[in-house]
Design a protein around this ligand. Sequence first.
Ligand code: HEM
Length: 491
Amino acid sequence: MSAVAPIKPDPAAPSKGPGTPAVRRIADLPGPKGWPVLGNLPQIKAAEFHLQLERWAHEYGRYFQIRMANRHMLVVADHDAVATMLRDRPDGFRRSARLDVIGAELGLKPGLFGSNGDDWKRQRRMVMSAFDPGHVKAYYPSLVKCGERLAGRWGKAAHSGASIDLQADLMRFTVDAIAGLAFGNDVNTLESDDDVIQRHLDKIFPKLFTRLIAGVPYWRFFKTASDRALEESMSAVNRAIDGFIAAARQRLADDPARRTAPQNLLEAMIVAADEPDSGIDHDRVAGNVMTMLLAGEDTTANTLTWCIWLLQQHPDAMARAMAEVRGVMAGGGPVTLDHLSQLDFVEACMHETMRLRPVAPQLLVQANHDTVLGDIAVPAGTVVVCVMRFDSVDDTFVPEGRQFRPERWLGEAGLSAASAKRISMPFGAGPRMCPGRYLALQEMKMVLLTLLNGFEIKSVATAEGGEPAERLMFAMAPVGLRMTLSPRGAA
Ligand code: HEM
């Protein structure tokens, strides 16, 4: 049995004598009472799973158990313990094996997010080199183009007074940005109503999630209308991905010099795959194209949607963000990376948004071998659910933890940004931390700059008014936010 670095011992745990750490079994931990046979499964509401976990953590403490039929899971809400597990990858912990099975059944090819062990190490090296800040800077012009198209789309809405489906428009932006940047394809969903990829991706993510936490794998026995629609969506996205790969191969054939200096992630992956004994085959290239679309679309779009709503709720922060953007852009001209790098308060707003509304509010890991977490024995194969938003909104760790105070990220509110980052981990932690985080921050700054520099925001609200509900569909999204704008300077 190997032990993960010691976590704070639980004072309530029975001691087994001086100097001996108490070891509890997961089955001895408190937890919500479940049904016979099915355990807690009937109580789980997929779209609110994260909220249920947070409520249970308040009731049962930072370590508790849930049971999904015959699977006992450990739930951990303590940020130190969560960080320890996330850092102990790939050796101590992996992504849940269930993700492999359900993903393969859906027809998802092996990509970085779902891979483990040596396969993950090979893919991670390849993906990281294409996502370093240097490369993201090189692709910057395609990000500028997406910003200009978003400004055009919102400009039309501002002049006509049309209300904007905020999350849907931001998804168009993120799909266009990733397709341009990672695959060298100008899909331009922002300027057309042909949103093929986005429409189909929207079906895949929620389905993957509901199957992951489903008790009975009914789809292995019969297919509902939504399962059939899913199959069509998978085929449509796979066709689009094959198109991206064919276009990239053609570019490499037309200009062989690109093989020594690939222009984007996809070209780099193809070059790597073509090396003898690379261990990267066509399916892994296609799998990573899908991974980038899935991992980079909703996450960034939903975070932006939450951020715009939170700013609208906090006029002082909105005024400061707007003043910063308009000050930086006072000289006019096209947006440059230098402009984005001056948006400190805007960046603080994004960090604060991700602390309060993390779009990945829980992460699942699985123990590779028997281990001990704090004083809890964790047998090999145990799935551990990490609750990411618990300590990060707790006053003990973050003063006025439930309040939106972007200035705390600038060291202006009694908490250094370094300490805040140890507690709030919206991009995960350790070796599997999100490789797209730098790109996501650049995309989000580009959108906020476009919005705050070009428009006056008249409203950002749900149809009923009040706080938008949080809906979990793999990524957590605000429900039903619409925005109305007027051109800058108009009342
Ligand atoms: C605000 C935006 C984003 C958020 C909040 C976010 C969050 C996350 C989180 C929490 C993880 C899991 C990390 C872990 O296990 O420790 C992750 C992994 C990942 N993300 Fe992101 N992400 C965002 C944007 C992006 C973008 C733009 C891309 C790429 C286009 C991307 C690609 C990935 C990939 C490939 C992984 C898997 C990494 C691995 O398993 O090694 N993400 N992300």
